[in-house]
Design a protein around this ligand. Structure first.
Ligand code: 13P
Ligand code: SF4
Length: 341
């Protein structure tokens, strides 16, 4: 490929006037110059997914962040994900195209609030969903993601109480799966998943009676009870490879991705309203600007980072640490196709 001579532009607005092809091309060359890698969450817009070097769920992305040999990580997701990358790779520069892309669920709990709850249950272990700030992780014993929450909780002795923050729905799912009666959930939730309702599921099932129902564990218990499978976004990606029809209970970006990857299959969003505005804050123009201007850098106090890293590293150890790519993934990589988390 011949490299076109192009100067950086000043503002995001100027980038947004460029064509999608030119933006993708700029991103490609700038990434090479910087030895940067783009990590994209499964909920990103398709145009961001297409320029991502690695797409995945929170677990796969944190494993990739811990292992990458790039000097710069540009994180297309929300703030806690970029922060997780920085916690695990402190020597690298971690950039976010839009620092305003937060996670309202993560905002439900603060370090101060968690400290107060810990004081009331001094014997409890603290399991914290990665959808949380670095300060909250620093107050925790171990982290989990939607892909490994049950596995993480099962490492804690059955008679030891557990404070589980911040997602009450994920906590409830873990209670149902493990049968434990000593989990103290924080009353947080993800509005995108918590807003999905039974009526929507019933309508989708009426229209597609033979479709399998797969739902993210951030949804309410009454929905999870009716799911054929409850799994993380990457679990859904794996299921899409094996099934022709799925009703999918998660953010719409994932459904768009699957429909694009498998145009002949039928993927029905459980709710058409399930859109995470924060995830959609990232655009190709902001990404190109971010790479050219090395903004916005994610930082945190080192004492917080070190304590948060302990909780995250424990989780990665439980999940088998970094997973070597399968033969199929290696073959796709060699053919220039991105790997999936
Ligand atoms: P996953 O880890 O399943 O990708 O979920 C992250 C998230 O934010 C879901 O809302
Ligand atoms: Fe946070 Fe929900 Fe958006 Fe996931 S979908 S990033 S949990 S607000």
């Amino acid at each position: 490929m011949i490299r076109p001579a192009r100067l950086p532009l000043k503002t995001v607005r100027e980038y947004s006037e460029l064509s999608r092809e030119e933006l993708a091309d700029r991103i490609h060359w700038r990434k090479k110059d910087l030895n940067a890698v783009i990590l994209g969450h499964n909920y990103q817009e398709i145009e961001i997914q297409e320029v991502s070097d690695f797409l995945g769920d929170s677990l796969a992305l944190s494993q990739e962040a811990a292992d990458t040999e790039a000097d710069i990580i540009v994180f297309c997701g929300v703030h806690f994900m970029a922060e997780t990358a920085k916690i695990l790779s402190p020597e690298k520069t971690v950039l976010m195209p839009d620092p305003g892309a937060g996670c309202p669920m993560a905002d439900f709990v603060t370090a101060e609030g968690l400290k107060k709850l810990k004081a009331r249950h001094p014997e409890a272990a603290v399991v914290t969903y990665v959808n949380s700030s670095a300060e909250v992780k620093a107050e925790s014993d171990i982290c989990c993601t939607s892909a490994n929450a049950v596995q993480v909780v099962e490492t804690i002795p059955a008679d030891r109480p557990i404070i589980f923050v911040p997602d009450r729905n994920l906590a409830q799912w873990v209670i149902d799966e493990t049968g434990r009666d000593n989990i103290i959930p924080w009353e947080g939730y993800c509005h995108v998943h918590d807003d999905m309702v039974l009526d929507e599921l019933e309508f989708a099932k009426e229209d597609h009676p033979s479709a399998l129902v797969v739902i993210h564990p951030e949804a309410r218990q009454e929905l999870l009870d009716r799911a054929d499978v409850v799994t993380s976004t990457s679990g859904m990606v794996r299921m899409a490879a094996e099934h022709d029809q799925l009703i999918i209970g998660t953010e719409k970006g994932l459904v768009d991705k699957l429909q694009k990857d498998y145009p002949l299959k039928t993927f029905i969003p459980l709710s058409k309203a399930a859109v995470c505005g924060n995830m959609k804050a990232n655009t190709l123009a902001k990404l190109a600007w971010s790479l050219d201007h090395l903004r916005f850098e994610v930082t945190m106090p080192e004492n917080v980072r070190v304590r948060a890293a302990t909780a995250l590293q424990r989780m990665l150890d439980v999940s088998g640490g970094w997973q070597a790519p399968t033969e199929e993934q290696e073959r796709l990589e060699m053919a220039g196709v991105r790997s999936e988390g």
